[in-house]
Design a protein around this ligand. Structure first.
Ligand code: GUN
Length: 286
């Protein structure tokens, strides 16, 4: 059996079209959804990522501004800038690009963002809301993975999902989202004793480790859904995930490619969250 590919590019395109449609509807009500992106320093990857975020937003009709600040910016100044954006009714989403310069405390900075504008879903209030099943913003990468499972009509009820990786941004929120859909969830990590014994039981595997070829074909149950969150480079410098794609696709039922899988979905979900922030603000002010 060869796995069916879950095409993240195609799904993200569809989601962007829906966001564009709903953005136009909101604009007709007099609200122009807007995202403020703050970039501190000149990390090359962050510059690329933030440019993509602005372009994606603009193409969907969302207003996005990129504020660039020097690496020497004092933290107090960044906190003051966030505070000003928190109180600006024309701004619905605030995103501080990570990593921040070493002299800054990322947790403190993220927690300065008003939870109602935390479109990255990184604030502790967003994490808490996800944990107890209250409305809030979901981190874009696991949210995108859930949309991919939705797109194949996959019913998680009673299924065993194995998440490999326990970061606050991907692994932990991913596990909570799967749990909310009534999956039985196992979180594996660097101290897991027998990873293969776990993954072989999985109906769904989410690999979010950051290590090339970490998930091999012998670790996958035939027909399983394999979602690859990894973003690594191979020896030729080509983008690749955590999954040994060519071998695992012979075993799995569905698989996400890298590139063209989770990556575009992460970008699309930021637009979804920004639109939701604007809609909630518009509804609250009615
Ligand atoms: N740096 C790498 N990925 C991300 C992301 O999704 N959000 C933010 N704020 N910074 C990042």
């Amino acid at each position: 059996m060869t796995a069916q590919i879950i095409d993240g590019n195609a799904l993200a395109r569809q989601i962007r079209a829906e966001v564009a449609h709903q953005t136009a509807a909101l604009q007709a009500r007099g609200v122009a959804p807007a995202l403020a992106i703050l970039l501190v320093g000149d990390d090359p990857a962050s510059q690329v990522y933030t440019r993509h975020k602005v372009n994606d937003s603009t193409e969907t009709g969302l207003r996005a501004t990129l504020e660039r600040h020097p690496v020497s910016m004092p933290q107090a100044q960044l906190l003051a800038r966030i505070e000003a954006l928190n109180h600006d009714p024309a701004v619905h989403g605030i995103l501080v690009q990570l990593p921040l310069p070493r002299h800054m405390d990322a947790s403190k900075v993220i927690e300065a963002i008003a939870p109602a504008k935390d479109v990255d879903g990184f604030h502790v209030a967003s994490a808490g809301a996800l944990m107890v099943g209250r409305p809030g913003f979901w981190p874009c990468t696991p949210y995108g993975c859930m949309k991919m499972l939705d797109s194949i009509g996959y019913d998680l009820q009673g299924k065993h999902a194995v998440v490999i990786g326990r970061s606050n941004i991907v692994g932990k929120p991913m596990a909570l989202m799967l749990l909310a859909k009534n999956a039985t969830v196992t979180i594996c990590h660097s101290a897991t004793r027998d990873l293969k014994a776990m993954t072989l039981q999985a109906d769904v595997i989410v690999a979010a480790v950051g290590k090339r070829n970490m998930l091999t074909a012998d670790m996958v149950k035939p027909g399983a859904v394999v979602i690859d969150v990894g973003m690594n480079r191979n020896d030729e410098g080509k983008l690749c995930g955590d999954v040994d794609f060519e071998a695992v696709r012979q075993i799995a039922g569905w698989i996400t490619p890298v590139p063209g899988g989770v990556g575009p979905m992460t970008r699309a979900m930021l637009l979804v969250n920004t639109l939701a922030a604007a809609e909630r603000a518009a509804d609250a002010s009615r």
